[in-house]
Design a protein around this ligand. Structure first.
Ligand SMILES: Nc1nc2c(c(=O)[nH]1)N[C@H]1C(S)=C(S)[C@@H](COP(=O)(O)OP(=O)(O)OC[C@H]3O[C@@H](n4cnc5c(N)ncnc54)[C@H](O)[C@@H]3O)O[C@H]1N2
Ligand code: MOO
Length: 632
């Protein structure tokens, strides 16, 4: 008499899936694919920009390009006439900014007077309506992290960032093996007692939707030897095999015994209905899943086990929805239009925080980085900071709650961290980060703030801003700051005094940035005022943006870190090492996201990466300094 499988367990779904996952390794390797063929593929590693975008300064509006200096003094009472080819050139949106021009006046604000002569009633400020080099993408910037499913908007960023091919996960090959003497695949063969194989097509469709390559085999007869051969062949030709039917306790249900003979049955029988007799097996390291034969059972067992397993190999999870959160920055909007603001989300102290991204219509990266979209209706002037808003999610919520929310000063090391753990970072300078921590809008603020009296970094500033709250400073890196100049230092810039020379164009960091404070500190020691330096008021928000401006000859010098200068091939005049540390509320030190971060920056991997970039010292990285007392 044939043996029956009577030992079917009743393992809870979560437990079964966890146990099975632990038994299997991700079978997928990487392959290099031309950028235009990467839609819906999943990135194997981080993808970095090969070029900046825009790669040259260009006009952001239709109008005329002028030298801002030339327009000073123009106002309603004193209209100013300008001559074409002498004082201005006509430009359209996207045109290269002509030589010797630094700003654009919109065509609406230009009054034609006669052939080649126009009149303006308002002066232009420098870089007005000009898209600066790297406004959207900066060479070397991480465009996409690992495990990212490429969407249409990502293609735009990859192509703008000069990427020609991308390492993606190879497609998962899955074999589908229907079993049972009664199963036929051809309607003509559907005689009395036969059943048409509908399950294989359903499972094939589900796998195709997930980006897998499938192969459906001919139905295997209820014969142990035939089944053994078919399973071995199916596994040899694929990464994974799904068998259909024969999973239960019938006399001819050979699937379990065959898998057991060839490898291991990890689970047989789960506490879901339909789907109870599902088999989760492993042969030679590969996954074999036995789905029950009833069509609905097969579908649910697939959704419960196969789908999450493949998704986790792809680094992807569940679906989209609407979510509520608190806005961390005021968003001003025009009454005329409904505005779609790209935002990031994170969970801080049980509250969801919503941070707007760059709003320029040319910033493809704002779409790539967006976790969701906030709609500001027509006839609304905008939304205040602290107000509750509803966000349409572009990413699954559970991946967002794992995120470490970082607001503050920028450094290239944040890209290394963001590639290895879930993180969102907003770059608003050190003081901006401190303010966000005060309002509980982030977990962590990277800071480098010099005390102008003592020259000591961070500690005294933290004491001053948090007199009643116990904080912790996670020691980060010592990084080399200096003046970036073009290769060979053609303008002979060696000291801060040189910045005040008439022919030197400087590019500055935004107010509140630690580097801006360092500049002001050095200038005040020398008695130089910001107004003495051309370009002091021209601000960008990252070190890389400064480096790109100098490299592309938009400026002659800027202050920033060695790593940024080095990556753009610039010369570097050392100013000294500064402490770039991570400030967190003491109470959040034990938070799993903060812990994950500390583990990462203490890891050998992080040290190797930082050493490769150069310009950093990591002696105390990950050490904790407690600051202040708890008064509550
Ligand atoms: N004594 C017991 N009997 C059964 C148990 C049990 O615990 N004790 N479990 C029941 C449950 S629950 C399910 S589900 C089914 C699972 O059956 P099998 O996986 O062994 O599949 P079969 O018996 O071969 O077929 C079931 C049913 O599905 C049809 N089928 C099979 N393959 C296909 C296909 N490719 N396309 C469409 N339809 C297919 C098949 O003809 C049968 O009608 O067992 C219960 N019995
Ligand atoms: O649980 Mo079965 O899988 O009843 O259909």
């Amino acid at each position: 008499m044939a043996q029956r499988n009577v030992y079917i367990s009743n393992m809870p779904l979560d437990e079964a899936l966890k146990k099975y996952r632990e038994h299997l390794e991700n079978p997928l390797q990487s392959e290099s694919v031309p950028v235009k063929s990467t839609l819906h593929r999943i990135t194997f590693g981080p993808v970095f920009a090969h070029r900046s975008s825009p790669s040259d300064p260009c006009s952001a509006m239709d109008g005329i390009a002028v030298l801002s200096e030339r327009t000073q003094g123009a106002n309603e009472k004193n209209p100013m006439q300008l001559k074409e080819h002498e004082d201005f050139e006509y430009v359209n949106t996207g045109n290269l900014l002509p030589e010797n021009k630094d700003s654009v006046i919109m065509i609406e604000d230009v009054k034609p007077v006669s052939e080649g002569v126009i009149e303006i009633v308002e002066a232009a400020y420098s870089w007005q309506h000009v898209r600066q080099v790297g406004e959207d993408i900066i060479v070397g910037e991480m465009l996409l992290p690992s495990f990212h499913k490429v969407r249409p908007m990502d293609l735009g960023a990859l192509i703008s960032g000069g990427v020609s091919s991308v390492d993606v996960f190879e497609k998962l090959k899955v074999g589908i093996l229907p079993t049972g003497n009664e199963i036929v695949q051809d309607l003509d063969a559907l005689t009395r007692g036969k059943i048409i194989d509908s399950n294989s097509s359903v499972i094939e469709g589900l796998l195709t939707e997930m980006g897998c390559l499938t192969k459906v085999y001919s139905p295997c007869h209820d014969d142990p030897n035939a089944l053994k051969e078919a399973i071995e062949r199916g596994l040899g030709e694929n990464h994974m095999l799904i068998t259909i039917a024969g999973s239960s306790a019938g006399e001819k249900d050979y699937t379990v015994s065959t898998i057991e003979a060839l490898g291991e049955v990890v689970v047989h029988g789960v506490a879901i209905k339909p789907g109870k007799p599902t088999i989760l097996g492993k042969i030679k390291g590969k996954s074999v899943v036995g789905l029950p034969g009833y069509p609905v059972s097969a579908f649910f067992a697939f959704e419960a086990f196969v789908k999450p397993l493949i998704e986790s190999w792809h680094g992807q999870m569940d679906e989209m929805s609407i979510h509520e959160g608190v806005l961390t920055q005021r968003v001003v909007s025009s009454l005329k239009h409904e505005e779609l603001v790209r935002v990031t989300l994170g969970e801080v102290n049980g509250k969801w925080v919503v941070t707007p991204l760059n709003r320029g219509a040319g910033t493809t990266m704002s779409l790539v980085k967006a976790d969701g979209v906030l709609t500001i209706p027509r006839l609304s002037e905008g939304i205040e900071r602290g107000e509750s808003v509803e966000v349409k999610l572009l990413k699954p919520l559970h991946t967002l709650s794992e995120r470490l929310v970082v607001i503050g000063s920028h450094d290239l090391l944040l890209d290394i961290v963001a590639d290895r753990m879930p993180m969102t970072s907003t770059h608003v300078g050190s003081l901006g980060g401190v303010m966000a921590l005060i309002k509980d809008e982030c977990h962590m603020a990277p800071i480098h703030l010099i005390d102008e009296k003592t020259g000591i970094y961070n500690i005294s500033t933290v004491q001053r801003f948090f007199p009643n709250r116990k904080m912790a400073l996670i020691k980060g890196v010592k990084r080399l700051q200096g003046l970036m100049v073009r290769k060979g230092n053609p303008k002979g810039i060696y000291t801060f005094q040189d910045l005040a020379r008439k022919e030197i164009e400087f590019i500055n960091r935004q107010k509140g940035a630690g580097t801006r404070q360092l500049l002001d500190y050095e200038l005040s020691k020398l008695g130089i005022s910001g107004g003495d330096i051309n370009g002091y008021h021209r601000e960008v928000v990252t070190h890389m943006a400064v480096a790109v401006a100098v490299a592309s000859e938009g400026a002659d010098a800027g202050l920033g870190v060695y790593s940024a200068a080095n990556s753009m091939g610039l010369d570097f005049i050392e100013v000294g090492y500064e402490s770039y540390d991570f400030l967190v509320p003491y109470a959040l030190l034990e938070d799993f996201r903060v812990q994950r971060f500390i583990d990462l920056i203490k890891s050998p991997y992080f040290k190797t990466q930082m050493t490769e970039i150069g310009g950093y010292a990591l002696e105390e990285t990950g050490d904790i300094i407690e600051i202040g007392e708890t008064y509550d």
